[in-house]
Design a protein around this ligand. Structure first.
Ligand code: NDP
Ligand code: 8X3
Length: 253
């Protein structure tokens, strides 16, 4: 069987773009997300276009029991995962710490930190059996800097930054590569989710700026994954040209 990549959060944005890139490169795919219909659309489109096979896993990374059982339900030959892209994640709200919604905080921590850990726990053990593999963690500029009202989202991505470094140390004896890809502003469903469906507010985030697109990040992920066996890219920070830091953005007009 061809190499297998497992991508979490494959129904939109960066995860969906990654699924396209890996399919194009001939990888069989395990795609995971909550929206079953959207996941089926992505999978069928790719299977029609490329000579690959896809396993669709419907699951919520926040639910430890469900996500562990869902992953473990894969047939044995599908557990030989070469690449794991820990991409599922979200932001909810943009409020000062005293006004933040505690349910939003739980959601971000449960998804971005605990969800990433639950998936990694299962898949890293499979990689250890193979003494091979590459884990790509999607962090953020928010994992390198903190910006006003970004508090808990930034904290969750700082945790991803720490876990990325820790995983690399722990998995070193097993020949498993670990890389963080840290994007700045990428136009996806991210802001729509952050602002809970408020399209006006989400659109404003990208007004007058040329943000990154999901394919830019998929391209970077493919670059790190396609390096020779003896080369690992530890950490990559990728910004739109119009963005210098988390808060410094040049807008036209
Ligand atoms: P999108 O909202 O477009 O995609 C997020 C994906 O994550 C969706 O496929 C969604 O699928 C999935 N997801 C969310 N929650 C869960 C969950 N509980 N269980 C399983 N899947 C889940 O956003 P992006 O593509 O932009 O985000 C991808 C990653 O990139 C995130 O980790 C984000 O923090 C990070 N990032 C984004 C940046 C940006 O500016 N867009 C910049 C820096 C980092 P579904 O709803 O079907 O479950
Ligand atoms: C997403 C980008 O700038 O909202 O991680 O933190 S930002």
């Amino acid at each position: 069987m061809s190499k297998i990549a497992l991508i979490t959060g494959a129904t939109s944005g960066i995860g969906e773009a990654c699924a396209h890139t890996f399919a194009q490169q001939g990888y069989n795919l395990v795609l995971l997300a909550r929206r079953a219909e959207k996941l089926a659309q992505v999978a069928h489109h790719l299977e029609d276009k490329y000579a690959i096979t896809i396993k669709q896993l419907i699951g919520d990374v926040r639910d430890r029991k469900q996500i562990t059982e869902t992953l473990e339900s894969l047939p044995e030959e599908w557990k030989k995962i070469e690449v794991l892209v820990n991409n599922a994640g979200l932001s909810q709200g943009l409020e000062p710490i005293d006004k933040g919604n505690v349910d939003d905080w739980d959601n971000m921590i449960d998804t971005n930190v605990k969800g990433l850990l639950y998936v990694t726990k299962v898949v890293s053990n499979w990689m250890i059996l193979n003494q091979s593999g590459h884990i790509v963690n999607i962090g953020s500029i928010a994992g390198k800097e903190v910006y006003p009202n970004g508090n808990v989202y930034c904290a969750s991505k700082h945790a991803v930054d720490a876990l990325n470094q820790a995983m690399r140390i722990d998995l070193l004896p097993h020949g498993i590569k670990v890389t963080a890809i840290n994007p700045g502003m990428v136009e996806t469903e991210f802001s729509l989710v952050r602002f809970k469906g408020d399209e006006e507010r989400a659109k404003k985030v990208y007004e007058g700026v040329e943000p990154l697109i999901a394919d830019d990040i998929a391209d970077a992920i493919w670059y790190v994954v396609s390096r020779p066996k003896h080369v690992n890219i530890n950490d990559m920070l990728i910004m739109p040209t119009a963005q210098a830091s988390a808060t410094q953005v040049v807008r036209k007009g």
